[in-house]
Design a protein around this ligand. Structure first.
Ligand SMILES: *[C@@H]1O[C@H](CO)[C@@H](O)[C@H](O)[C@H]1NC(C)=O
Ligand SMILES: *[C@@H]1O[C@H](CO)[C@@H](O)[C@H](O)[C@H]1NC(C)=O
Ligand SMILES: *[C@@H]1O[C@H](CO)[C@@H](O)[C@H](O)[C@H]1NC(C)=O
Ligand SMILES: *[C@@H]1O[C@H](CO)[C@@H](O)[C@H](O)[C@H]1NC(C)=O
Ligand SMILES: *[C@@H]1O[C@H](CO)[C@@H](O)[C@H](O)[C@H]1NC(C)=O
Ligand SMILES: [Zn+2]
Length: 526
């Protein structure tokens, strides 16, 4: 039954029957009469099954060049050795696994690998949080206060503004630090306020409510820092640098385009924010040839009411008309389990279609393990609303009909392994449902969601988890190559941009393969 289902799902992508099938059939017929032949036919059947699974797997249809084959052997030798080491990072919580991953040879290869594009990342989490502590909070006119619920709040202003509601008095950080005995200690405590990282995550976050509450508090705290206009420009620039250094050449950023402010309290519109993203990205690209840039997926929060989301849909259409090369579409973000369903917003989300204008959707959908809830139904709604991609799609394998139809339409999922683990949907990443999607060759990309919140950066940590944990022993260079190719193929780049991106990527890929394979021949020569 499952096999049938998979075959029918597989059909739109795979096309014809494997060429060796005819041979197998004739062998089976003849083999029925003789013991020798029957032994051979079992062997043949086994080979056939293995072959079928190999070609079904993500990347299984790619043919490797000679250099890639050599590079693959190097990569797989490292992988083999690491899988058999006593501690297997993908089976552990990322907060404990991180330092082990950083020692891994596979991880160092993945860091060098040109990974293509990061298609699922959020605006305030693309840059290591220690930059906020070490750079931003040391700038002049930075104030902070502590809310009655114990959260830190920041504001750049001059002169010091009046005490805000629900907060202690504003304290100038510069002055506060001067009076401290141990500034290092204070800075470390700030950093702990800016990430979810903790030594004992099971104890700190006994359930998802506690975890999401901290998540929202972090967001609240850092937004006062990042949304200050001079910081905002630097933040975007440095964030692009972090991804570029991790060999990512293009980003699509989910952004709420919250008001950015100046020292005197003036604030800027969403249009200004988009323009700033555009200008900073083009400045960055000029300074870093080969880096392609970024696009914005305008996003709003799924706790808002229908009338507010209706306004956002209009805003998204307006922004897309005004910045066609920069604004790719629309999404709804925030905790899915407690948020409103896409169905709830259906009237608002149907506006573009009913007016004959196009607003591409990039919905977070199925970031849940509660099958059959209204939120679990988001996958269905994403399909019906023609979502261009699916954010997470963690629940996809529980919905065979939706899965089949999304596959026929070539709609990829954006898999973010570390995010799913930290946000408590899965603990051992070998059990991530995307393992099934990977084994069947479902179109997917790997991304990092909110890397800075998790103490990660760029894409390499998530690639490591996907390659070592989700992909299992059989995932090899083909899998990695397919993931990188997918990230460009399924991006919102226009056709000409895509072609250029593919060329840049291919050039870097060849250099990466040559280096990896070259290391091998040097070793053999030595
Ligand atoms: C913060 O970083 C910017 C570059 O992004 C640099 O110009 C500035 O001097 C740094 N400020 C501090 C206080 O480190
Ligand atoms: C300041 O705090 C840091 C981190 O908590 C600690 O390592 C260091 O020893 C402290 N320095 C002094 C002078 O107490
Ligand atoms: C957040 O920062 C405040 C101020 O330094 C500190 O008292 C508090 O312990 C920090 N919170 C965490 C979780 O470290
Ligand atoms: C939607 O929410 C906003 C903000 O909370 C509120 O001002 C508005 O009245 C609400 N609209 C409806 C129709 O409930
Ligand atoms: C989805 O696409 C189909 C086929 O192109 C179209 O008929 C339908 O109106 C679209 N729906 C929305 C909500 O865009
Ligand atoms: Zn997300």
């Amino acid at each position: 039954m499952l096999d049938l289902a998979l075959t029918s799902i597989r059909h739109p992508m795979l096309g014809g029957t494997p060429p060796r099938r005819a041979t197998l059939h004739s062998l089976l017929l003849v083999g029925a009469t003789a013991f020798l032949c029957s032994a051979r036919s079992i062997d043949e059947e086994r080979k056939q099954l293995l072959w079928r699974e190999r070609t079904m797997r993500l990347g299984g249809q790619l043919a490797l060049t000679r250099a890639e084959q050599v590079a693959n052997r190097v990569l797989m030798a490292h992988k083999e050795a690491e899988v058999h080491s006593p501690q297997f990072p993908p089976s552990m919580h990322f907060f404990r696994a991180k330092h082990l991953i950083e020692k891994s040879a596979v991880f160092h290869i993945l860091k060098k690998m040109p990974k293509g594009a990061a298609l699922h990342v959020h605006e305030f989490s693309i840059l290591r949080m220690d930059w906020l502590v070490k750079n931003v909070t040391y700038r002049p006119h930075c104030h902070f206060c502590v809310t009655h619920r114990g959260a830190l709040r920041f504001r750049f202003a001059h002169p010091t503004p009046p005490t805000p509601a629900e907060c202690s008095e504003w304290v100038l950080l510069e002055k506060y630090r001067q009076e401290l005995q141990n500034v290092t200690e204070f800075d470390e405590s700030l950093l702990r306020n800016f990430t979810l990282v903790t030594e004992n995550p099971e104890e700190t976050y006994p359930n998802r409510d506690v975890l999401w509450s901290k998540f929202q508090t972090i967001f609240f705290s850092i937004s006062g820092l990042v949304s200050y206009a001079p910081v905002f420009r630097d933040y975007v620039f440095q964030g692009l640098r972090e991804f570029c250094q991790d060999n990512v050449l293009y980003l699509e950023l989910r952004a709420m385009l919250l008001p950015v402010y100046e020292l005197d309290g003036r604030t800027y519109s969403p249009e200004w924010v988009v323009e700033t993203y555009r200008d900073v990205a083009s400045l960055f690209s000029r300074e870093h040839p080969g880096f392609i840039g970024m696009k914005i997926i305008y996003s709003d929060q799924r706790f808002k009411n229908v009338s507010l989301i209706t306004e956002s849909v209009w805003m998204a259409m307006k922004l897309r008309t005004k910045f066609p090369g920069m604004v790719a579409g629309f999404d709804l973000v925030g905790r899915e389990d407690t948020g409103r369903s896409l169905h709830h917003y259906r009237k608002a989300l149907m506006i573009p279609a009913s007016r004959g204008s196009r607003l591409p959707y990039f919905f977070h959908a199925g970031e849940t393990d509660w099958q059959g809830t209204s939120v679990d139904g988001n996958l269905l709604e994403a399909l019906i609303l023609n979502s261009t991609r699916i954010g997470h799609g963690f629940a996809l394998t529980k919905h065979p009909a939706i899965w089949t139809d999304l596959w026929k339409k070539g709609i990829p999922v954006e898999v973010c392994p570390i995010s799913n683990q930290v946000l408590q949907l899965v603990s051992d990443l070998r059990n991530h449902p995307a393992a099934v999607l990977m084994a069947t060759g479902y179109p997917m990309v790997i991304s990092s969601d909110d890397p800075a919140m998790f103490g990660a950066s760029g894409l390499s940590y998530d690639f490591y988890e996907a390659f070592m944990g989700i992909g299992g022993m059989k995932a090899d260079l083909r899998t990695l190559k397919q993931l990188a190719l997918n990230s460009i193929k399924y991006s919102a780049l226009q056709d000409t941009e895509k072609k250029a991106a593919m060329e840049t990527w291919a050039e870097r890929w060849d250099a990466f393969v040559a280096e990896l394979a070259g290391g091998q021949s040097k070793k053999t020569a030595a």
